[in-house]
Design a protein around this ligand. Sequence first.
Ligand SMILES: *Cc1c(COP(=O)(O)O)cnc(C)c1O
Length: 407
Amino acid sequence: MQRRELIKLFSLIPYAGSAAIIPWSTANAAPANPPAEKRNVFKELGVRTFINAAGTYTAMTGSLMHDYVLDIIQSAATEFCMLDELQDKVGEKIATLVHAEAAVVTSGAFSGMTLGLAGILTGMDQKKVAQLPHLDGTGMRSEVIIQKAHEIVYNHALKNTGCKLIYVETAEEAEQAINERTALLHFLNIEADKGKINQEEWVALGRKHNIPTSIDIAADVPPVSNLWKFNDMGFSFVVISGGKAIRGPQSAGLLMGKKEIIAAARLHMPPRGFNIGRGFKVNKEEILGMYVALDKYIKEDHDKEWKAWETATAVIDNAAKSVSGVTTSITVPALGNVTPTLQIAWDAGKVKLSGKDLQEKLRSGIPSIEIGGVKDNSITVTVWMLKPGQEKIVAGRIKEELLKAVG
Ligand SMILES: *Cc1c(COP(=O)(O)O)cnc(C)c1O
């Protein structure tokens, strides 16, 4: 990039006049910049932004943090502190909030799974920490037992330690699979109803054979009580995403559980290297952002929030079903992403439009809107990631496109 272009670029930054930021700036000689217009980097880059009527998807950058959380992040960014001291103090507070012995802010639920298992494998043995993900000949355990129905892409987090996954269906199979190589019994809450063994039985199996148990509850608040339910139940460690319903930083999550597991897991985390987790970095901004988002989430009026979701869903529901040939239903998933979910379906003979067509029209409209659950003649909408008032825009656009397609 030419120096001239750099200057042009920097002149768009609100503080470009500060010689402290740009050492070679001639700002000292230049007149003070007029109050700069707020920079819109998305626009500059040509990156589409949209109204999110889909949900908390990583591909859509998750959730939006509350202003309150953003303020904390902004002020956190202006001071130095020791990373470990901050994790210690925040971890203590979070552990109390979620009824765990200990907790640590991780770079998401996925890294929490890797770190929790890594801690179990190595304990506080530095030599073993440096040996991961190579387990052969180290004396470390190497297998994780999981129910077949609980297979999901995120279980790869467990394989990152070098462990193998052993799949079972029944409690008898699980007991037969347990051996001296078994490091962990892992449970996936979002598929709890698909497996033959429930959470309590899983914990009991672990207790009986003296094997740690873990549970992935990444997308399982609401209800807020899930934050402590599985710690109370006795799982050795629990992981959850920070950037879904809790609306903490999207690059954060929580690993909570037994003191010795969390302490060992931290040997695999920055600021330390020589470990598999050096890349799972969270800094003070994510750590504090996660802490205050969690604290705020726990104290929120969840009934009030639920009613607001119902009200906003009804606005879109009423608009959609006013179109002839359109039928709607509102369901609440029993597990994971527990929020009112509106399905809008239509009679293909009356409304000449595929789900994909509607998705494309909403996406390319102004403002752009993303919806979920696209099928041949239906889509789904959730309102929990909408900003107040956006439900009217979504309702209007969906109705407009459905009406246009009525043959
Ligand atoms: C989202 C999700 C994850 C991954 O969580 P991150 O916080 O993005 O690392 C893991 N498991 C399940 C069930 C999820 O829904």
